[in-house]
Design a protein around this ligand. Structure first.
Ligand code: AQP
Length: 333
């Protein structure tokens, strides 16, 4: 909370091409918060380097992620849109928070366990302390709500624990944030292994639908999606593949599961998969068209990066300096 206004913060890593999981679980919902909250949406490039990145790809994806924010309806006049590494207070606050975060807490983070299994040759300290940087991202803006997919809920809970711990020592230092999850779409699953989350860094491109995939590719990927041996379109825990497709269809069409079951009663998976592909492609088409326009004007994106970083820094500086003062750091202005 800054003054009377409640704050919303979220971020997306430019660690790969963004997926419909990132879109439905996070970005699509960001715009809804602009009316009610002071919103900060960040391209979290510092998080992305916990896994090795090709520098040229990281740079390109940073522009692309910012452009996608705008293409998905985030108006830079109503939202602070910026790049994390351009606001040095993120990394500075992260160090301070490290000193209030326990080794045991970080060891319990499931994303750390998953990512260290996946990148066994590079289990770096950044991968381990990633949730502390995320806590800094959030606490820097005295954030009230954090829209995220379910995979990030554990990190927001750790952020709350860190904030509460610090507030006990230094009363009223940080606003304690709440995670906000979409009713539907908070966990979109892989098309190849529907018990696993859809991830932008998945090596199997057929398991993932990217926001920027063209219509033919989207339809082809849905046609190949793993389902089951029945031919019944029904939402059920024992039908993870079909249920995932129903969730995606529901998110893009606004229809609920009962309506979808009725719509496809007596029809086979072929018809259903085609309908999911078409609904997805048609919904993404305007985003893709706007994205192409935005990417054509690199100077405008850079101007936005600069303006966004200045706006974010103004608030970030206030929180950081308040905390430094409480900690006993000498401050001479
Ligand atoms: N499959 C998903 N379903 C719903 N929400 C999802 N999110 C990610 N995957 C899904 C949400 O998207 C936001 C941005 O995610 P991130 O860039 O911080 O990284 P992540 O959570 O680690 O997502 P990825 O796609 O799996 O990235 P990689 O492969 O680099 O690790 C978050 O709010 C996240 O919850």
């Amino acid at each position: 909370m800054f003054g009377e206004q409640k704050v919303c913060f979220s971020g997306v890593q430019p660690s790969g091409n963004l997926t419909i999981g990132n879109y439905l679980g996070a970005i699509k919902n960001f715009a809804e918060y602009s009316e009610k909250y002071k919103t900060f949406y960040c391209v979290v490039d510092e998080h992305a380097i916990t896994v090795r990145q090709n520098p040229a790809d990281l740079r390109r994806r940073t522009y692309e992620t910012l452009a996608l924010y705008m293409a998905c309806g985030l108006d830079p006049e109503k939202n602070t849109l910026y790049v994390q590494s351009m606001v040095h207070e993120h990394a500075e606050l992260a160090w301070l928070l490290n000193c209030f975060t326990m080794f045991g807490e970080l060891s319990r983070m499931t994303q750390f366990k998953d990512k260290s299994a996946k990148h066994a040759d590079n289990i770096n300290a950044g991968l381990f302390t990633y949730p502390v940087l995320m806590a800094a991202d959030i606490l820097l803006f005295q954030t009230d709500v954090v829209p995220v997919g379910i995979d990030q809920k554990q990190h927001v809970e750790l952020c709350r624990d860190i904030a509460n711990r610090i507030n006990q020592i230094y009363p009223d230092m940080f606003t304690v944030p709440e995670p906000m999850m979409a009713k539907s779409g908070k966990k979109i699953m892989s098309l190849a292994e529907p018990t696993k989350k859809m991830s932008k860094s998945d090596e199997n491109a057929n398991a993932v639908v990217y926001i920027l995939d063209d219509k033919d590719t989207i339809i082809r990927k849905f046609k190949r999606a793993v389902t089951d041996s029945e031919a019944e379109i029904r939402f059920s825990e024992d039908k993870p593949g079909v249920s995932n497709l129903m969730t995606i269809y529901s998110c893009f069409t606004g229809k609920n599961y009962d309506e979808i079951e009725r719509e496809f009663a007596g029809k086979g998976y072929g018809d259903f998969k085609l309908a999911v592909g078409e609904a997805t492609a048609d919904s993404l088409a305007p985003v893709q068209a706007r994205f192409a326009e935005l990417m054509a004007d690199k100077a405008a994106l850079e101007a936005q990066m600069k303006r966004g970083a200045e706006e974010a820094s103004y608030y970030a500086r206030r929180t950081l300096s308040k905390f430094q003062k409480k900690l006993g750091f000498v401050q001479i202005r």
